[in-house]
Every structure is written in C-alpha cells, then in structure tokens.
Write a protein that binds this ligand. Structure first.
Ligand SMILES: CCCCCCCC/C=C\C=C\CC(=O)SCCNC(=O)CCNC(=O)[C@H](O)C(C)(C)COP(=O)(O)OP(=O)(O)OC[C@H]1O[C@@H](n2cnc3c(N)ncnc32)[C@H](O)[C@@H]1OP(=O)(O)O
Length: 302
C-alpha cells in the first residue's frame, strides 16, 4: 500500500522528460551523462532513460552514486521507468546498465536494512520483491550490460534479465555473496540463480558466497558473454538484434512459460516472505552482522 502511494507520488514528481534545468521545456533535447545530447531522454534523479523508439529499445542507466545501492527511492524510480517503457508499444527491449564507473550495483541498500523499524523493513522488502517480479517477468527483452561489480542484489538484477554481457575487468565480480555478510539469500534469489547456472553450481556459490570474476562467471553460465570493457554497450546492442528478430508473441509466451513457475512461488507466498524477512533482519545478531559489515566497508577506505 505504502509502496503504491509512494509510486504514485513519485510518478507525478519524478518521471519527467529529461530537461536542461528549471523551466526547460519537457521532451526537448537534454544532456547525457558522459557528454552529448539525448533527444527525448526521460527519467528521474536516479534513473536515466535514453529511448530509441525507432530501434524499439531504450537504455536504462542506473545513476545512484556512489555504488547504485538499491535504496527504496531508487527501486521505486526503476519500477516507474520500467512501467513507462512497458506501457509504450514503441518499446520491445531495454538495456540496463550503470552510470557509476566501475559499479553495476552494490545490491540492496544496507542502510535500508539496518537500524530501521519493522514497518520500514516490510515496505522495503515489498519493493525489492516488486522489482524482481517486474524485471523477471517483463514482456520486454531485458539485456544487462554489466559494466561494473555486481554483488548480491546487483547480481539478482542482472540474473533477472534475458541476457547478460559482462565487461572483461577482473574487478567486476558477480555473484550472490549474502552468506559473507551473515545473511541468507531468500528462496527466490536462489531459484533465479538455479534457473541460470543449475543446482550444483548454485549450491556451492550460495553457500560460499562466491563472487565470480568475468572468466569464471562465463564458465559457470552466470553471464552469457564477456567482452572488452569498451565494447559492453555495443555488444549488448548487437545481441539485441537477434532477440528482436524473433516474433514477439512467441518469445514472450516462451519467457512466461520458463519463468512463471518461479515467480508464482513468490506470488503465492509474498506476505509470508515479507514477514520472514522482517523477522530475520530484525534479529539482534543480524543487525550486528550488518553494522559490522558496513563498518568494514568504511574502514577499507582509511
Ligand atoms: C531464514 C531465511 C530468511 C530469509 C530472509 C532473507 C534475508 C535476505 C536479506 C538481505 C539480502 C540482501 C541482498 C543484498 O544485496 S545485501 C548487499 C550486498 N552488497 C555487498 O556486499 C556490496 C558491498 N559493497 C562493496 O563491496 C563495495 O562498496 C563495492 C560495491 C565493491 C564498491 O567499492 P568501492 O568503490 O571501494 O566503494 P566503497 O566500498 O568505498 O563504498 C562507497 C560508499 O557506499 C557504501 N556502500 C557500499 N555498498 C553499499 C550497500 N550495499 N548499501 C549501502 N551502502 C553501501 C559504503 O559504505 C560507502 O559509504 P561511505 O562513503 O559512507 O563510507
């Protein structure tokens, strides 16, 4: 409920065409991060959408610096942008990528799960569920152009797409590392991984909290392609052509056939899953583990 209200408010206030500054005309050319102009870009503070309706796709750039952690606001903005693209018949695909150098996404925002109250945890978890459901089941072709490290929730986001291209940089590890934080990946994170890499690889990766560098990620099937760093975006665009050449209804129905049983499991147990999360994350031992982990991240700098 709170999420629905939050999304309505954000839809009105945030989802606007990209504008040059106060008073600029909506829908006109605007600047794109990294230089150049973008005709008809739109988005919100944390999500920039560069549409190419003639080609049938849009690039969704995550820009929640420093690390694209999936805060409640960020999740909501991503959902709104996805919804907008899904409801426009001009779009058949999206490429999701990052605007934060070296980071695809650091995963769920630890600050949303630490030192807050149960109502907040419930609202946050519902938004996380929603993001996964919407991306996993989207009728659009979703390609991840992974141009940075992507642990835990960042990996889940990538796994929810139809195809993953990873930049060949040894720092860009990908995986569900929850156990390293002393937390447990929920069953739908686990199912998404199993569906991608198979049971044995997933079992080992989940228990050990493995983060796979590019060559390993490719070997186990966590990603579909590894390319030189400067070719991630072009490789994602190239592969898109193959996906868009397939009759849309046949591809969409096939995607649903493959993914619905996994999504249905969460849909059936959604409230229970929220309750489980709230109980789990509220435990003193878990809160302590998260605080220690955040502290370690801070100390790493000094
Ligand atoms: C019994 C069954 C019950 C089931 C219940 C289910 C329970 C499941 C619960 C939770 C599931 C969670 C999944 C997740 O996604 S948890 C998040 C996991 N993410 C990580 O482990 C990544 C942590 N971050 C890093 O490793 C690095 O930050 C990195 C992404 C590699 C980037 O490194 P670097 O460029 O060096 O940047 P810094 O480390 O200096 O970070 C910059 C600032 O950003 C803050 N930060 C980093 N990650 C996060 C995050 N995930 N959330 C919030 N904030 C984050 C970091 O602290 C720095 O902040 P500051 O500048 O203030 O010091």
């Amino acid at each position: 409920m709170a999420l629905a209200v939050g999304m309505r408010v954000l839809t009105r206030s945030l989802l606007r065409p990209w504008v040059r500054g106060p008073g600029a005309t909506p829908g006109r050319t605007g600047p794109v991060a990294g230089g150049g102009d973008c005709v008809r870009c739109f988005g919100s503070p944390r999500v920039l959408v560069e549409p190419d309706p003639a080609a049938g796709f849009a690039v969704m750039k995550m820009r929640n610096p420093p690390v694209n952690s999936l805060s409640l606001e960020f999740l909501t903005e991503m959902l709104i942008s996805l919804e907008k693209l899904e409801s426009d018949k001009a779009f058949h695909a999206i490429i999701i990528t990052s605007d934060c150098p070296g980071i695809f996404s650091a995963g769920l925002d630890l600050k949303e799960m630490c030192g807050r109250d149960p109502t907040h945890y419930a609202e946050y978890w519902k938004a996380v569920q929603e993001l996964w459901l919407r991306f996993y089941l989207s009728h659009l072709v979703v390609i991840s152009a992974i141009n940075g490290v992507s642990p835990a929730g960042g990996c889940l986001l990538a796994l929810s797409s139809d195809y993953r291209v990873l930049a060949d940089n040894p720092k860009y590890a990908i995986g569900l590392n929850e156990t390293l934080l002393g937390i447990v990946a929920p069953f739908w994170f686990k199912d998404t991984l199993v569906n991608t890499v198979g049971h044995r690889v997933a079992e080992r990766a989940l228990q050990l909290g493995l983060l796979f560098p590019p060559a390993e990620a490719l070997r186990v099937g966590m990603v579909d392609q590894v390319v030189p760093e400067d070719q991630v975006q072009s490789a994602a665009r190239s592969v898109l052509a193959q996906w868009l050449a397939i009759p849309g209804h046949a591809r969409q129905l096939t995607k649903t056939l493959m993914r619905k049983p996994t999504a249905d499991r969460l849909l059936k147990e959604r409230d229970a899953d929220i309750q489980n999360f709230v109980r789990f994350i509220s435990r003193d031992a878990i809160q302590k583990a998260l605080r220690t982990y955040l502290e370690k991240l801070k100390q790493k700098k000094s």
